[in-house]
Ligand binder design. Structure first.
Ligand code: RNT
Ligand code: ZN
Length: 416
């Protein structure tokens, strides 16, 4: 144990913080890391289809993972540089087919994810799942589950049903829960004549998808305020999905912090939902001027999100998932920075004397509370972080970048 850690620990303890308890809590909190940062959300269907659904990766940094083997290798490399417990979040478009076999999205089977289950087992990961309602010819006029075209709507309902079955299968195989998150792009570019009918169709589709009771599956629905090409209206709005989840036990509202009006913050939504739901799933991202899905950084709103999770004693109730995709920088580094930032924010939040600060609020000692908030910011956080990384067997500081740079040279730059 380094001297710096020992002395930092003492300083925190003087403020009433139990550092060992904080580190223990952190190392047991899983972060669900999205697989799609590794390949620019392209997936493994090999169809050469462009990304659709109003989301966008920009940049063409060399070294994108082009297949299952590369994606796995990159993910493992990235996660070897991140402390803490991880899960991997998959999309249905990452199904693995036997040579010569390929089925459409509505026919996907649990066995198409067996190789991912093996991968998860080998690496001690949990799995989360996402049906893929985009980048597919059956997305017609930007509509899926809310389409008035019954052929389109029912295709996507079947996809949703299969994805839940796949999730249940994975849950059983790994003896764990699997979060299954429904996000659809559906919306209109310009002012619609009817905002209700598409929502009623979406409601009907969700009822059909969620009809089957499936143990081990945590169902969620992810809202959005707009997408590229769907600026005027999105069917799956926040109000729609919160209401849906609130009236359908076992379905949860997933908060993606890129999906709200710019002055709205997800940190404030977390405690609102905690008052009503036993679980609150998240997609943590970083929007720059729009839902741009930049790499998550250790910034104010991320810290606020982490504080809401920690001080509400909700480390087990808030299911933390990441969702960003930057193709303009080294993708391994993107994963590392984003996931480490989430870990850092949680640690920062865990190193605060919340009971005392809550008491100050209750007692209306707001001046003292402000002082406390500010003083804590300059405690030697980095020494605790370094120590945590060390005990987790990962580099605490910038040395992780050397590993990434070497991997880029040896592996990534040889792909094209
Ligand atoms: C899109 C949503 C959605 C996707 C992923 C790829 O705006 O955030 O979660 O980013 O499913
Ligand atoms: Zn998301």
């Amino acid at each position: 144990m380094s001297e710096r850690y020992q002395s930092a620990k003492k300083l925190y303890e003087a403020w009433g913080v139990d550092v060992e308890a904080a580190l223990n809590a952190l190392k047991n909190t899983p972060i669900s890391v999205h697989c799609w940062q590794g390949d620019d959300v392209i997936g493994l269907e090999g169809s050469g289809r462009a990304l659709s659904g109003g989301i966008q990766t920009t940049g063409n940094y060399p070294g994108r993972a082009r297949n299952f083997e590369e994606l796995k290798a990159d993910f493992v490399k990235a996660m070897s540089l991140v402390p803490g417990k991880k899960r991997i979040s998959l999309h249905a478009s990452y199904a693995i087919f036997a040579p010569g076999e390929q089925v459409d999205r509505d026919q996907l089977q649990p066995r198409h994810f067996d190789p991912w289950i093996d991968f998860a087992r080998e690496n001690g990961l949990g799995i989360d799942f996402n049906p893929t309602f985009f980048s597919h010819p059956m997305v017609k006029d930007n509509l899926t589950l809310s389409s008035p075209d019954e052929e389109v709507r029912s295709f996507w309902v079947r996809h949703g049903i299969q994805c839940r079955r796949i999730s249940a299968y994975i849950a059983e195989k790994l003896n764990d829960h699997v979060l299954c998150n429904v996000w659809i792009p559906d919306g209109y570019k310009d002012v619609p004549a009817d905002r209700l009918s598409p929502r009623l169709r979406l409601k009907k589709s969700l009822d059909e998808i969620f009809a089957e009771k499936l143990p081990g599956v945590i169902d969620c629905v992810e809202s959005k305020v707009f997408g590229i090409g769907m600026e005027a209206y999105t069917v799956g709005s926040s109000e729609f999905y919160i209401s849906y989840a609130g009236t359908h036990p076992g379905v949860y509202d997933l908060l993606d912090n890129g999906h709200y009006h710019p002055t709205e913050v997800v940190s404030d939504k977390i405690p609102s939902l905690l008052a009503f739901f036993d679980k609150v799933p998240l997609h943590v991202t970083r929007g720059v001027r729009w839902d741009s899905d930049h790499v998550v950084l250790y910034e104010d709103e991320l810290k606020e999100i982490a504080k809401e999770i920690v001080r509400n004693d909700a480390l087990e109730r808030v299911l933390i998932g990441l969702d960003f995709f930057d193709a303009s920088i080294n993708r391994i580094a993107a994963w590392v920075v984003g996931t480490r930032s989430m870990e850092k924010a949680l640690l920062f939040a865990l190193l605060q004397p919340w009971d005392e600060m809550k008491k100050m609020q209750e007692d209306c000692r707001f001046t003292e509370l402000m002082m406390m908030n500010e003083e804590i910011k300059t405690l030697p956080f980095s020494d605790i972080w370094e120590h945590y990384c060390e005990t987790q067997g990962v580099p605490g500081g910038r040395e992780w970048y050397d590993v990434v740079a070497q991997y880029e040279k040896d592996v990534l730059l040889k792909r094209n």
